[in-house]
Design a protein. Structure first.
Length: 167
């Protein structure tokens, strides 16, 4: 087996369709398009890797120190959005359909694929963070060995969850 860098999702999907590669990582839209083209999902990352971060809130240490209330407002909005997505499939599908200008069926499939990869509480575990860090190191984003606690701090998020009486 050999690994090959192919490019963005569109190029990876094309490489799959033409047989240039036998497997590739795809996002939800790539999976939907691949299935339409007769490709099969082997495994979804969310099914085997618990709590893999794919997005988050970042800020500088100075901002965190100078204006934690602003950061908490951002986190509060993010948690409310996460709760909305978790509790309101129909409304979320409406948003996906509107933003991406896709058919309702595709928007619903996108929701189903993405939903299972979302954190239930806004946090990710060290294993997921370590996997993301290893990936970033493998593509040259950074070289220094650091621990997850040096780059991730859930303290403000946990304060906001208490304020929101997060389940």
């Amino acid at each position: 087996m050999s690994l090959r860098a192919v490019g963005d999702e569109g190029l990876r999907l094309q490489a799959l369709s033409t047989g240039l590669v036998q497997a590739s990582l795809l996002g939800s839209q790539g999976v939907i398009e691949g299935e339409k083209a007769g490709l099969k999902v082997i495994v979804a990352a969310a099914d085997v890797i618990e709590s893999l971060p794919f997005a988050g809130v970042t800020t500088t240490l100075a901002k965190l120190k100078e204006n934690p209330q602003q950061i908490k407002r951002v986190l509060r909005a993010g948690l409310r959005g996460l709760r909305y997505v978790q509790d309101n499939k129909a409304g979320t599908v409406d948003v996906i359909q509107s933003w991406y200008r896709v058919e309702r069926e595709i928007a619903a499939s996108t929701y189903d694929l993405a939903r299972k990869s979302f954190s239930a509480n806004g946090e990710v575990n060290d294993k997921g963070i370590l996997l993301s860090m290893e990936f970033a190191r493998s593509i040259g984003k950074f070289e220094k060995e650091i621990s997850p606690s040096e780059i991730v701090d859930f303290n403000l998020l946990r304060e906001v969850k208490k304020e929101l009486v997060w389940r």
